[in-house]
Design a protein around this ligand. Structure first.
Ligand code: ZN
Length: 56
């Protein structure tokens, strides 16, 4: 089992996968820093991201 998140940003089709939610959120942070440096990962945004995580 793995967890997957399709990046919610407009015009970004990145798909991020990891074994655990912690790992996934680390990768999301790294991805956001690299690709979406103007996006702030505040609590609301993190919650909305977590709601979009799916099991694959
Ligand atoms: Zn992205």
């Amino acid at each position: 089992m793995a967890l997957r998140l399709d990046c919610p940003m407009d015009n970004c089709h990145a798909s991020i996968e990891a074994a655990t939610e912690d790992e996934l959120m680390e990768q999301v942070s790294a991805h956001a820093e690299e690709r979406h440096p103007d996006v702030e990962l505040d609590d609301d945004f993190v919650s909305s991201i977590k709601a979009q995580i799916i099991e694959v």
